[in-house]
Design a protein around this ligand. Structure first.
Ligand code: PEP
Ligand code: MG
Length: 588
């Protein structure tokens, strides 16, 4: 081959774990050998069942071992992912079907098991539900492991790779990620995946730059090729030109400088240039996320997504269990606030095995959040009592998700009042004046904000859902992601309406959707007059810098101007102009 440099090729996916990596790729293709099929005599069935049981036990041990390893190295949150794998090896329907098929087909058990498990996984894949599709991946992962054990092969590992490399795979499963040699993996890129896929979750925890959703990157690359992976912008550059590398060296040192400067803001307050303090809090999903809240200098927790307590388990959390968790979190952030959102199950957050909200044609428009809680009063009251008891331990506030109108809100508040009375009659100490808020994430709620504001102490705008419902754009559908536009004039109109209604009724208003973590849009939110911003903990330092760099009058002027514009791109351009003037280094 000639020495002439190859032209670089760029692939775009979703950047899910920030940072850059440069090196040679290692392409992992599905390497499960063909599973042989052979006939067995009826007398051999007991032996096959014995082999199958032994393989299931061996698989279970391997998963537990891996779970332990992950728990020790990255934490229990990530280790919990393997609970779903354990459920697969214990799945009675799956096992019984294998035993039945062994008798009818009279074939070797690895073949029968592969047939049954593949059919099971395929059925789940066809259901238009991201959670169930993830479960199908769990089944595929466990299937390979069981078959390897039946074939007497060692589990697949990436441990053999001694050179630093960028891992390219169709889809990395949690067990793949656990078995890889983290010291050697510089970056990860996969064909499949979304922000919420396991690969993304693990890559972020491991702090490895990653891109998912590259479609067929495994078919396009060969082991040994040289790439540059930008997990911030979701860009994979094959055979990067010297100019690209030079450009990235500059980008990297600029990003590193920004991160170092942001670290210094940790103890400072999020006050605008003209002295307006904006409460800056963080969103958490699991109790252990509190560490990141403190470490990133947030003022408490603006959204605790408690439904995550339900996922990855097969029993409902009891009142005492929830109380212990809420109390601990409240005590850790005290005197700063902890805003506990009541369960928002449904949509893309399902908890099969605990509550059954499957089989809906439009889960995001379905039996979700407060609708589910108001029809499952026992589950709802258990949570409300736990929150109320924890309110004695800190600055706890409570908010209801997916409120669509005043009647629904009134009913939720009435159930809360009932729980208060029950606890007080038992002489249990609670914060009787606990603040109650409504999430504004349905256009109907935004349009009724004036009425709702009279029923609560605060509003928290869930822009993730508010945008999806206003624009009719499914927030997890990659195909229409370009239509998901926070700066759409219709969205701006609703945001203004909510903020104005809150202030006219003397209550405060916050934003806890992803928009609150987008520094390009902070001028807009401040211009609308929001009092609180709650973002992912890792984004808090950036948001703080943005708030500290802006003055309220210039943000109000911006709002006045953009409300006259007709298109999302014009609005965005104006926001970026002001953001760039005040903190351009954060935008790159
Ligand atoms: C939102 O919808 O903006 C929100 C914060 O809630 P979630 O993302 O959990 O639906
Ligand atoms: Mg929401």
């Amino acid at each position: 081959m000639s020495d002439k440099a190859r032209e670089e090729i760029r692939f775009e996916g979703a950047g899910v774990s920030p940072g850059t990596a440069h090196g040679k790729v290692h392409v992992v293709r599905d390497d499960l050998d063909d599973v042989a099929r052979y006939r067995i005599a009826p007398s051999q069935i007991p032996d096959e069942i014995g082999r199958f049981e032994a393989a299931l036990i061996q698989t279970r041990m391997q998963i537990l071992e891996m779970q332990q390893r992950i728990a020790e190295s990255i934490g229990t949150k990530d280790a919990a992912i393997f609970d779903a794998h354990l459920l697969v090896v214990e799945d009675r329907t799956l096992i019984d079907e294998v035993l039945r098929k062994l008798e009818t087909d009279l074939c070797n058990v690895e073949w029968v098991f592969q047939e049954v498990a593949t059919h099971y996984a395929e059925t789940l894949t066809k259901i238009d539900d991201p959670y169930l599709r993830e479960r199908a991946l769990d089944i595929q992962d466990v299937t390979k492991r069981v078959i390897r054990n039946l074939q007497g092969k060692a589990p697949k590992t990436f441990l053999g790779l001694s050179e630093p490399h960028i891992l390219i795979a169709h889809n990395l499963t949690p067990s793949d990620t656990a078995s890889m040699n983290r010291e050697r993996v510089l970056g990860i890129a996969t064909d499949l995946g979304s922000r919420t896929s396991h690969t993304a979750i693990m890559a972020r925890s491991l702090n490895i730059p990653a891109i998912v959703g590259l479609h067929d990157i495994t078919a396009k690359l060969e082991t040994g090729q040289n790439v540059l992976l930008d997990g911030t912008d979701g860009l994979l550059i094959v055979d990067p030109a010297p100019e690209t590398l030079a450009q990235y060296a500059k980008i990297e040192s600029r990003r590193a400088r920004v991160v170092a400067q942001l670290r210094e803001l940790r103890e400072t307050r999020s006050t605008t240039r003209d002295g307006r303090h904006i409460v800056l809090s963080a969103n958490i999903e699991l109790p252990e996320d509190v560490d990141a809240v403190k470490a990133n200098g947030a003022e408490g927790i603006g959204l605790y997504r408690t439904e995550f307590l339900y996922l990855n388990r097969n029993t409902l959390p009891t009142e005492d269990e929830q109380y212990e968790i809420y109390r601990t979190v409240a005590a850790r952030v005290r005197p700063d606030p902890l805003i506990i959102r009541t369960f928002d199950l449904g949509g893309d957050k399902l908890a099969p095995g605990t509550v059954d909200i499957t089989d809906e044609l439009n889960p995001f428009l379905g039996w979700r959040a407060i609708r589910f809680c108001l029809e499952n009063i026992d589950i709802f009251k258990t949570q409300l009592r736990a929150i109320l008891r924890a309110s004695a331990a800190g600055n706890v506030k409570i908010m209801f998700p997916m409120i669509s109108g005043s009647d629904e809100l009134r009913r939720a508040i009435a159930v809360l009042a009932e729980c208060k009375e029950e606890l007080l009659s038992l002489k249990i100490h609670i914060d009787e004046k606990i603040e109650v808020g409504a999430m504004i994430e349905i256009p109907a709620a935004a349009l009724s904000a004036n009425v709702l504001a009279r029923q609560v102490d605060f509003f928290s705008i869930g822009t993730n859902d508010l945008i999806q419902y206003t624009l009719a754009v499914d927030r997890v559908n990659e195909r229409i992601a370009h239509l998901y536009e926070p700066t759409h004039p219709a969205v701006l109109g609703l945001l203004k309406m909510v903020a104005d209604a809150a202030h006219a009724n003397n209550i405060w208003v916050g934003v806890c959707g992803e928009m609150a973590g987008d520094v390009a849009l902070i001028p807009l939110l401040l211009g609308f007059g929001v009092d609180e911003l709650s973002a992912s903990a890792t984004l808090v330092p950036r948001v703080k810098r943005a708030v500290q760099s802006l003055a309220i009058p210039e943000c109000q002027e911006l709002v006045e101007e953009v409300l006259k514009l007709n298109t999302p791109s014009e609005v965005l351009a104006r926001c970026l102009e002001l953001a760039d003037k005040r903190y351009g280094d954060l935008l790159g």
